[in-house]
Design a protein around this ligand. Structure first.
Ligand SMILES: Cc1ncc(COP(=O)(O)O)c(C=O)c1O
Length: 431
């Protein structure tokens, strides 16, 4: 018997099983290993928008003063740099169109995280015991579905339309759960309020108010939180500048607002944050303390410097102008390639990074499907299968959709990518 066969096998936690085989890891790996494939899948941002000069200038400002430099290079605190949290209050007040002193939250309610993804994961950890329930928009951000699986939560999808999640469907589901004695297991409603990943839909304004009201109304056993993931809030190309759901939560007790600088500035700096109801700050920071007792302090000082300059807003305007053009290139290419093709439709996003494409119902688009294989292997183009964006057992789940990103490709890459995708779809529909 070999030595290795005598060694007892390791035994991993239940949570590793729940977290197994995340699609995000597969997609990232595919993008890296297949460089000749045009990836309309990757959620990466536009390379040319990345603020190299701005970072150089701001770091220069930090490191040309030795005391400032040392402060930035030292450990920070679990909830993050006070300097940045003060800047975030100003930033949020600008987004909310209100004076800073009327925001209704103090800087302790801002928790800085390693990207907003860490905030989402911490909220998941703070709220869910195995078997607890999260209500999500369908479709929604598939990486958060992974987080929910990872903590053993049950996920129930709520129907959406081109205006976002339907309040009446949300209310009906809560009533159903109450009638079967499960309301006490519902902890959270999760949605991406601006230019949803994957559908590009921005939640209609009156629905924002209604959803907050529903959460208040159904907080019967305990507080029912709403997690407003506003990752794409700053990437608005046209359409209404909508108020946040957070703004409708006057007591600041129900809505958790998650925001990030990944899309508007740089995902590499991994600076995201949550604006939390007061009672959630302690539990989230306790969990974060166990994980890292503070996200990268240096990057927080960088962001504080950028926000306190008058250069952040013009930078975001430039980024939006670049993405607006790329969105239009994708929409024009779709029009050219698919116009009049029966059963093919797509949504026009007013911001964000994604176009949501639907094919005829019978055409499955999942990783194992003929469509995906044809696209990736024969035509060298990749997309995110839409079915990943629904909980697996949901009646809302559809298999004939794809998420197309115009984030990382340049205009020529987007155009060529859609051309290849259309060729793959034509081949698939002819078979
Ligand atoms: C909807 C949504 N939320 C959160 C995130 C996490 O982003 P980050 O951790 O870079 O802030 C992403 C990333 O693509 C996203 O699309």
């Amino acid at each position: 018997m070999s030595e290795s066969s005598q060694t007892p096998r390791p035994q991993f936690s239940q949570r590793t099983k729940w977290a197994k085989d995340q699609a995000i890891s597969f997609l990232m790996q595919q993008a890296v290993e297949n460089r000749d494939v045009i990836s309309l899948a990757a959620g990466l941002v536009d390379e040319s928008s990345l603020p190299v000069d701005e970072c150089l200038r701001t770091f220069d400002g930090i490191f040309s003063d030795a005391a400032k430099g040392r402060l930035a290079l030292q450990y920070g605190t679990t909830s993050g740099s006070e300097l940045l949290r003060e800047q975030l209050r100003i930033h949020l007040a600008r987004q909310e169109h209100c004076p800073v002193d009327q925001l209704g939250v103090d800087s302790r309610q801002f928790v800085l995280t390693t990207g907003s993804q860490q905030l989402l994961a911490l909220v998941g950890d703070a709220l869910f015991d195995p078997g607890d329930i999260c209500l999500v928009a369908a479709p929604t951000y598939f990486v958060f579905l992974g987080v929910l699986n990872g903590v053993g939560a049950r996920t129930i999808a709520i129907e959406t339309d081109e205006q976002g999640i339907k309040p009446e469907a949300l209310e009906a589901e809560l009533a159903r759960l109450e009638s079967v004695g499960e309301l006490h297991r519902v902890k959270l409603i999760y949605l991406v309020s601006y230019y949803e990943n994957p559908s590009g839909v921005s939640l209609e304004t009156s629905r924002r108010r209604e959803i907050v009201a529903i959460a208040h109304r159904w907080s019967k056993h305990h507080r029912l939180f709403v997690l407003e993931d506003a990752a794409y809030r700053e990437l608005r190309y046209d359409g209404e500048d909508r108020p946040s759901l957070w703004g409708f939560d006057e007591g600041r007790e129900t809505v958790i607002l998650a925001q990030t600088f990944s899309k508007s500035f740089s995902p590499g700096v991994r600076v995201g944050y949550g604006v939390l109801p007061r009672e959630l700050v302690g539990p989230v920071c306790d969990l974060k303390g166990n994980t890292d007792f503070g996200s990268a302090n240096l990057n927080q000082h960088l962001l504080a410097g950028v926000l306190s300059s008058n250069r952040y807003v013009p930078h975001v305007e430039q980024v939006c102008a670049a993405y607006r053009k790329k969105r239009d290139v994708m929409l024009q290419a779709l029009e050219r390639e698919f116009q009049g093709t029966s059963g093919v439709s797509w949504l026009r996003p007013e911001g964000g990074l994604y176009v949501w494409l639907s094919l005829p119902k019978e055409i499955g688009c999942g990783f194992e499907s003929e469509m995906f294989q044809l696209a990736a292997k024969s035509h060298r183009v990749m997309y995110v299968p839409g079915e990943l964006c629904y909980p697996t057992d949901s009646p809302c789940r559809r298999t004939n959709q794809m998420r197309l990103s115009f984030g990382v490709q340049d205009a020529a890459g987007i155009d060529e990518g859609i051309k290849r995708l259309a060729a793959a779809v034509r081949e698939r529909t002819a078979s």
